[in-house]
Write a protein that binds this ligand. Structure first.
Ligand code: AMP
Ligand code: GLY
Length: 425
């Protein structure tokens, strides 16, 4: 197999973890990332001048740098059709689904209708195209809490769990009148609240065949004890300590196999990562959402445990792909997200980050940069989620302790993090 120049699109902790994983492959020639971040630029050539939503500009960059493979980290280019664009306009291989398949993430209404049509268990829901209809429904039928979701992409923040009519109407007005999520909130889903434990499953697909990545648990709410607003993810751990064989069997039979066959029925030949956000209620799995790319921060805890060469798998998948065994380190990982004060709402950036050098060379700690930039030798905050500190250990407790001890050594003005990542009953 020849070596390739690889380009990753995105700027978060997931893309740093992907760069880190791909940089270990003997099949890599040069690694590029657009736009990248402060951490990524230490292992890949980055370029902040190219807009990843400008496919023509990405193609020009790819041709200029003799790129053989593009891995799309972020959902927005996928939902806007980057895979279709490259298929039509170049020979360059792109790892990700086409625009039709990406609608599973790009439209919650499309995804919910897909689950219903194919009998994949999900929370009962209604869809609304007008504020008045939504409010009428809430006044006449809703049982609180209910979950209100913007149909389109909203950086993981377009979901509101509301506890009474007043909150519900406020959220609907924010989405549909004030356009808090721009056009993403013009249509909404209102669905029943499911009380349970969340689980993230990722499937690696090649032309419709898939293998499973190990599952993980995401902590989505901003504050300890699952309080506060939803975020893109404040930390996670892999694998989930409480996942037993019966539950795994149910997830495979009721959700994963059905999804894979439904994709075939709908003529979707998926390539890329299908991310399933699941809720386990009284030992029964339900699907909350689908994403069409690697999870963030799921990648940060899952990729460090993967023994296989991810680049080799993507460039040269064994046939039949679904029988390629993935192998995993017998370790546990915990990721603590260090965020800027105020995230997921307003926060400040440009705060100097100190202490990272104290973690260099520790082989049980990985620090993936999420929202940072580098100026000379100094890193600065540049986003809501700043750093993802990953601890690895033989037990969950050990990985958790390693992550939190490492997190304590890093400082920036306004640093906040949850203190209960990895605690489980
Ligand atoms: P989604 O983008 O649909 O996965 O929603 C983001 C987060 O909102 C999920 O990870 C859950 O924490 C929460 N959520 C979404 N739908 C529900 C639901 N029906 N019941 C309870 N929590 C939910
Ligand atoms: N952590 C969930 C996501 O990647 O959207």
């Amino acid at each position: 197999m020849t070596k390739e120049n690889v380009l990753i699109l995105g700027s978060g902790g997931r893309e740093h973890a992907l760069c880190w994983k791909l940089s270990k492959s003997p099949y890599l020639k040069e690694l590029y990332c657009i736009p990248g971040n402060g951490g990524i630029e230490t292992i890949a050539h980055t370029d902040t001048s190219v807009d990843i939503m400008n496919f023509e500009a990405v193609k020009r960059f790819a041709i200029d740098h003799e790129i053989g493979l593009i891995v799309v980290g972020k959902e927005n280019p996928l939902v806007s059709g980057i895979v279709d664009y490259f298929k039509k306009n170049s020979e360059i291989k792109v790892f990700g689904p086409n625009q039709h398949a990406a609608t599973l993430e790009g439209s919650k209404i499309f995804a919910k209708n897909f689950f219903m049509k194919h009998d994949i268990p999900t929370a009962p829901y209604q869809t609304f195209f007008s504020k008045d209809d939504a409010i009428y429904y809430l006044r006449s039928q809703a049982m609180y809490p209910v979950v209100i979701k913007a149909d389109g992409l909203a950086q993981g923040k377009g979901v509101m769990i509301v506890h009474n009519e007043e909150e519900a109407i406020h959220s609907i007005k924010e989405m549909m009148d004030s356009k808090r999520f721009q056009s993403a909130g013009e249509k909404i889903v209102i669905e029943n609240f499911l009380d349970g434990k969340e689980l993230s499953y990722q499937l690696l697909f090649m032309d419709g065949e898939y293998v499973e990545l190990i599952p993980s648990v995401d902590y989505k709410r901003a504050l300890d004890d699952n309080e506060g607003p939803n975020t893109g993810g404040m930390g996670n751990m892999a694998p989930p300590p409480w996942l037993d064989d019966d539950l795994i069997k149910q997830i495979k039979n009721k959700i994963i196999k059905k999804l894979a066959s439904s994709l075939k029925i709908e003529g979707i030949q998926f390539t890329g990562v299908l991310f399933l956000g699941l809720m386990i209620c009284q030992n029964t799995p339900y699907i909350l959402e689908i994403n069409v790319r690697f999870g963030d921060p799921e990648s940060q805890v899952v990729l460090p445990l993967l023994k296989n060469d991810l680049l080799e798998i993507i460039l040269n998948p064994k046939i039949p792909f679904s029988e390629t065994p993935l192998t995993w380190l017998n370790k546990k990982t915990t990721c603590v997200v260090l965020a800027s004060k105020g995230y997921p709402d307003h926060y400040e950036i440009d705060k100097p980050i100190t202490g990272l050098e104290k973690l260099a060379g520790k082989d049980n700690v990985l620090v993936f940069h999420a929202g940072t930039k580098k100026n000379g030798n100094q890193y600065f905050t540049n986003g809501g989620r700043v750093l993802n500190v990953v601890g690895m250990g033989d037990t969950w407790q050990e990985s958790r302790q390693v992550a939190y001890e490492a997190a304590k050594l890093i400082h920036f003005d306004g640093k906040t993090n949850r203190t209960d990542i990895g605690l489980f009953e």
